[in-house]
Design a protein around this ligand. Structure first.
Ligand code: TRP
Length: 345
């Protein structure tokens, strides 16, 4: 059976959206809306797998929504909503808890990293997290998922769950008229050059919301002056810029700044170096300040405006949730029939 093409992706509302989230995820979401029907979800159910302060969780959920809007996702054409408003995510996740095998989850590297040495004391939700992520995608029978490198293993698990569900329930799926497969095999979308944005203070570390120094990252809410100041203070080395990419190899900070310039300007590092090769950082940074302020300044000010209007943000989420529920509800009805749950008709 051919499945309708549909994109789903999620962002956790855990605070401090930064340039890494923007170049690594949100710009890709924006680009995909020209080609696909897209569903973009603020995954608050995922966020509480580790402790979240309740008022802050609400603030962060609205802030991620504001970022989606400020970056140019069209809430009328696409669906923007928060996960907890569509109960079917949790409902399908339970079914998947009974499809996925313990051995599969035991292989998840992100759980191992996040749980660390304190395994006995992390939430059960943190362990079951990938099953919920599979439900997020499959409750819309989404076919394409833009994800970063770190989420690829979870997406593979979603494919395994879809496959096992299709096989385990094959007879019932067929009997209910769904052909050979009820769930599609969702595929990752990795577009363009992987943009790994590194810390502005240390080119060997990923830009992160939890790094203590705010100068290590550009937050999407930073205003033009702050952006300019952070770029000016970014760590560099004393050499001039090379003319070839090869010359960036042992220079993580130079590599990072050139990469950021290329990504913001929609070109390649090679193209940036053909323009700036031989230039001193002082010159290059002036250009990077101008570019960053031009691209990110308007997003920051739009986000500021939006977060001051929670009534508007909440209306976007309510509308998106209603439209998402309509799709998810249909899937869940079918799943109940397939699994053998008696339901209200
Ligand atoms: N786990 C993803 C992350 O931390 C967020 C997420 C939740 C997601 N559900 C998803 C991403 C479904 C893609 C599809 O980044």
């Amino acid at each position: 059976m051919a499945f309708k093409e549909r994109v789903f992706s999620g962002v956790q509302p855990t605070g401090n959206l930064h340039l890494g989230n923007y170049l690594g995820a949100i710009t890709k979401f924006v680009a995909l809306q020209d080609t696909y029907d897209c569903i973009y979800c603020v995954v608050d159910l995922h966020a509480i797998t580790v402790w979240q302060d309740p008022p802050e969780l609400m603030r962060n959920t609205r802030e991620v929504t504001a970022a989606f809007l400020a970056c140019g996702i069209d809430p009328k054409k696409q669906i923007i909503f928060n996960q907890s408003q569509v109960a079917e995510h949790a409902e399908l996740a339970w079914v998947f808890n009974c499809v996925a095998r313990l051995g599969w989850l035991n292989r998840m590297t992100q759980f191992k990293e996040k749980a660390g040495k304190d395994r006995e004391n992390v939430s059960v939700g943190l362990y079951a997290y990938p099953n919920l992520m599979a439900a997020d995608i499959l409750v819309y029978r989404a076919t394409h998922v833009p994800v970063g490198e770190d989420q690829k293993q979870h997406l593979e698990l979603a494919r395994d769950i879809a496959q096992k569900f299709n096989v385990d329930f094959a007879t019932s799926i067929h009997a209910h008229g769904y052909g050979d497969a009820f769930f599609p095999q969702p595929e990752p979308i990795i577009q363009g050059p992987a943009t790994r944005v590194m810390s502005l203070r240390d080119g060997s570390k990923k830009m992160s919301k939890s790094e203590p120094s705010d100068y290590s990252r550009i937050n999407l809410t930073d205003d033009a002056d702050t952006i300019a100041q952070k770029v000016r203070k970014a760590k560099t080395d004393p050499e001039a810029l090379p003319s070839e990419e090869e010359g960036l190899k042992a220079r993580p900070e130079a590599d990072n700044l050139v990469g950021i310039y290329a990504a913001l300007n929609n070109t390649t590092k090679a193209a940036v170096l053909s323009e700036f090769g031989g230039a001193q950082f002082s010159t290059f940074k002036m250009a990077l300040v101008d570019l960053s302020v031009a691209k990110l300044g308007p997003i920051g000010s739009e986000m500021k405006k939006l977060v001051q209007d929670p009534v508007y943000i909440d209306s976007i989420l309510a509308d998106g949730s209603a439209r998402a529920s309509a799709i998810a509800g249909e899937t869940m009805k079918a799943v109940k029939d397939i699994v053998g749950f008696v339901r209200r008709s």
